[in-house]
Design a protein around this ligand. Structure first.
Ligand code: 5RP
Length: 230
């Protein structure tokens, strides 16, 4: 287990208060957080969690965290989630685990979002990590061309877009919402808000992995401590 991820996950517990409704992120760092949160719940902390993926629901349940139905809650006090890249303006790339649509729905509905990541995720300019874009399978080639045009228009050094495959090679990966993921090589995303805006206008795009103005706190884990930025 990475110490950096562990330190980020542990530091995020400081933001959790008794009685909170929590958005539960996805990915390996979020899962480490769930393990520690489960220990607190076992010790008497009363929280409920709204999972952002089927996998997170499973891990949360295994760790004794009570879950709430996203269709039956009135508010989410705090979401804790990972990221694939974070820039100094707190813009994120997310979706490495293919959960970006549900992650963004929950982050957007949350009063506060705390991002937990290891120090390799901090970058000056987003884009080295291929941008995950969740698309409807219908007309996907047409959508991919529109995505390429949007990336170029917003100043990205856009290159190849790859349809994400299942790890066992049995075909395209299907998200929890029944969509596909296109991973778009951008190299550099100099104006994330412009890119996000253009991608959001493409009908076949269910959601993209640029998270703008959503993160309130970034917790960067390093080998021996965590740095909290607000
Ligand atoms: C899943 C995500 C994850 O939060 C992101 O990929 C980071 O994952 P990890 O903590 O395993 O590095 O966005 O869709």
């Amino acid at each position: 287990m990475s110490n950096a991820k562990e330190n980020a996950a542990l530091a995020a517990l400081d933001f959790v208060e008794d009685g909170m409704m929590l958005g539960l992120g996805s990915g390996s760092t979020a899962e480490i957080f769930l393990e520690h949160l489960g220990e607190r719940v076992a010790g008497g902390l009363r929280v409920q969690g709204v999972p952002t993926s089927a996998r997170t629901a499973q891990v949360a349940t295994e760790n004794g965290i009570p879950l709430a139905d996203a269709n039956k809650i009135e508010r989410i006090h705090l979401t804790i989630d990972g990221a694939d890249e974070v820039n100094p303006e707190f813009c994120l790339i997310k979706g490495g685990g293919a959960c970006l649509l549900r992650e963004k729905i929950i982050a957007h509905a949350s009063e506060r979002m705390v991002v937990i990541a290891d120090d390799r995720k901090m970058v000056d300019v987003l884009g080295a990590f291929p941008l995950p874009i969740e698309v409807d399978p219908f007309g996907m080639a047409l959508t991919a061309e529109k995505i390429y045009q949007a990336l170029i228009k917003s100043g990205c050094e856009a290159g190849q877009t790859v349809l994400r495959q299942k790890k066992d090679g049995s075909g395209p990966l299907v998200t929890d919402g029944g969509h596909y993921i296109l991973d778009s090589r951008c190299r550099k995303i100099p104006k994330p808000a412009d890119t996000a805006d253009l991608l959001s206008r493409i009908p076949g795009v269910m959601e993209h992995g640029l998270f703008i103005d959503l993160a309130d706190v970034i917790v960067i884990g390093e080998t021996d401590h965590a740095k909290v930025m607000e």
